[in-house]
Write a protein that binds this ligand. Structure first.
Ligand code: SF4
Length: 452
């Protein structure tokens, strides 16, 4: 029995696919080298953008037509972040549809579809160890779901409320990755900053040496994201820690200080601001102000200056932004441009607003014209190009630590601790998956060049 998984969307979906892969291999499936060879195709969809949903539908339709015309036995299962309104559509073209929260039912579903497997009971899919794919970077979910209901976002509807994983499970997973020579750990969650887990601790206490009475008291200790970060940082080994995504409303002073003090945490943060205008923030249901965001950036910069040395004194800040949210007039957008110039982001993930059914913004008029959204996207890209270049220029002539990720056309490509992409001439030695020192020779808009 051969399988193939097609994944859309974020790192969380990619990590889910690694777990599905591990589940399938436990059920005696083996990976197919191409889709035509597969008896089972699992499509892990993402509902954040309509384009990903449309592509998933097109692939399933193709597979359906193929199975009808060629009498092929390929079965398609669709999972992932699925919106209610898409579910029926998916059900018409796939053999089975199950949302990510029910992935534990996959063995039973496969049995029902006629696969010869011994049923495996899985309580929680996060307990399934993900499949190692020789990548030096591993993604470890620490929580899933979201309670924030930002007006444009489907995640609270598809992944449900926030649930944090026990810290023991997270540490165990990180240790397993490190044993497999993983060099960078990304802690994942829709909002990692609101990670919370009540850890039960047992205290046994005998009073006096000869006391016959032994009392056991149960206490609980609250582990928040700052504590978890420190616990991961304290694990032995030479590795880097990054995390995503961070909500500005939950970025506490304690967390900022912990980040700066924990040396395995690299000097990089993605802090989504989404818009640089308070009125639009309110409409987006993002409960902070631009002034608060600026304060956070200042605190982050000060903390890294205080606790780090050399290049590490400067933290790289990237952001997520939506242009053309309903009601975003030119004057609001100008505030976003102003914020971009002020902060000097080193990278920005710019999305053009598109209405998603089921979200509260879906009922607002999508009143910014597509050509205006394109224009705003370009204007912001131009600003980020300049600020990123300014940031990268500071690294020219310096030696940086690089995690080598791939080799292409005579060059190695890797990431620095600040999350810059760096390119340098490849040697005969295989350096992929290793930390190396590289001297930066040139800064580009979105990257660096160097030599060993
Ligand atoms: S914080 Fe907002 S944007 Fe992020 S997952 Fe939750 S609802 Fe979506």
């Amino acid at each position: 029995m051969k399988y193939q998984i097609i994944t859309f969307g974020c790192q969380m979906n990619k990590n889910d696919s690694q777990r599905i892969s591990a589940m399938l291999q436990k059920l005696k499936f083996s990976p197919a080298s191409e889709i035509n060879e597969a008896d089972l195709v699992v499509i892990n969809v993402c509902s954040v953008r309509q384009s990903a949903v449309d592509r998933a539908i097109a692939i399933s339709q193709k597979l359906k037509v193929k199975s009808q015309n060629h009498n092929s036995k390929v079965k398609t299962v669709i999972t992932g972040c699925i919106l209610k309104k898409d579910k029926e559509r998916f059900q018409r073209i796939a053999n089975a549809v199950l949302d990510v929260l029910n992935i534990k039912n996959l063995p039973q579903i496969l049995k029902d579809l006629g696969f010869q497997i011994k049923e495996t009971k899985i309580k929680n899919y996060l307990k399934v160890a993900p499949k190692y794919d020789k990548n030096p970077v591993a993604y470890v979910p620490i929580m899933t779901g979201c309670n924030n209901f930002c007006a444009y976002c489907v995640v609270p509807y598809t992944r449900g409320p926030e649930r944090s994983r026990p810290p023991q499970d997270i540490l165990c997973e990180v240790k397993n990755w490190l044993k497999q020579e993983v060099k960078e750990i990304w802690l994942l969650g829709q909002n990692v900053n609101s990670y919370k887990f009540k850890l039960k601790t047992q205290n046994s206490c005998s009073q006096g040496r000869r006391a016959k009475l032994k009392t056991t008291t149960q206490k609980s200790k609250l582990i928040d994201f700052a504590k978890l970060l420190k616990m991961v940082n304290d694990l032995p080994g030479d590795f880097w820690i990054k995390f995503t995504s961070s909500h500005p409303k939950n970025l506490t002073d304690e967390l900022i200080e912990t980040m700066a003090k924990c040396k395995k945490v690299t000097p990089y943060i993605n802090l989504p601001v989404q818009t640089g205008d308070d009125e639009i923030l309110k409409r987006m249901n993002r409960p902070y102000t631009v002034a608060h965001y600026k304060k956070l950036v200042k605190k982050l910069r000060n903390a890294f200056k205080k606790y780090r040395k050399g290049l590490e004194k400067e933290i790289a800040i990237s952001t997520d932004i939506i242009v053309g949210f309903p009601g975003e007039k030119r004057k609001h957008f100008e505030n976003t441009k102003k914020l971009f110039k002020e902060i000097g982001f080193f990278m920005a993930y710019i999305a053009k607003y598109s209405p998603r059914p089921g979200t509260s913004a879906y009922h607002l008029k999508d009143d910014v014209l597509p050509q205006e959204k394109d224009k705003r996207e370009k204007e912001l890209t131009e600003i980020v190009k300049k600020t990123a270049f300014e940031f990268n220029k500071k690294f020219v002539g310096k030696v940086v630590d690089v995690l080598v990720l791939k080799k292409k056309k005579g060059f190695y490509f890797g990431k620095t601790r600040h999350y810059q992409t760096i390119k340098f001439p490849a040697s005969k030695k295989n350096l992929i998956g290793q930390f190396v020192k590289v001297k930066v020779t040139k800064a580009r808009d979105f990257g660096l060049e160097g030599t060993q």
